[in-house]
Write a protein that binds this ligand. Sequence first.
Ligand SMILES: [Fe+2]
Ligand SMILES: [Fe+2]
Length: 243
Amino acid sequence: MAIITEIAPDLFRISIYAQHINMQFNHFLVRDEEPLLFHTGLKAMFPELNEAVAKVIDPASLRHIAWSHFESDECGALNEWLEIAPNAQPVCTLVGKIVNVDDFSIRPAFGMTADDILRTGKYSYRFHRSPHIPHGWDAGVLFEEVSKTLFCSDLFHHFGDAEPMTSSDLIGPTQLAMQQMQTGPLAGYMPYTRQTEGVLRALAELKPETLAVMHGSSFSGNCAGMLVDLAGVIKENFDKERI
Ligand SMILES: [Fe+2]
Ligand SMILES: [Fe+2]
């Protein structure tokens, strides 16, 4: 059953725990004049997620459906949402729009560049390009500038049916998750490049107050410090000659 938690005003974390892989899939709904959903969820999760969204808003009133990079857990159920929400538009990076989404989606996407601002009423968003971070050429992270929420997708992913929000360290659990993933079939899922540290430092400079994490607990506290530390953990786990 999906667990809904308002982790900050108007910010609802809708969590579905997949026990067989010991991992949460978290979807974030922002209540506003024009509601926004970050992560569509897997197609298989759509009925459950739709029911959960309906407890907060009328799903047909969704206006913006955004995600980081083109993968099934990020945007697999995009068309299901577009079908039930006739005024909703997909929102992703410009690369995402050009490379994948406008062919996959039943409606064209708003491919956001660094110059674009998405205003939804009370809240205002910018997409920050982060190619190959966490992975995918099209990757970006969405930043809501009023509440200072960073929707950071797979960054800080960790295992377990974690509490909705934490103020304690996310680096330890992330480190453990990376070590575990690197011994399995999905090894090499997060490249370390010469851009990694610079991109994460630039995100730290946004001074987020909440990190909305896709797999595991969301975080409030010293988000900037956590983003800087994350670069070191990614380097440690992925900057290797062989995987
Ligand atoms: Fe991913
Ligand atoms: Fe993910």
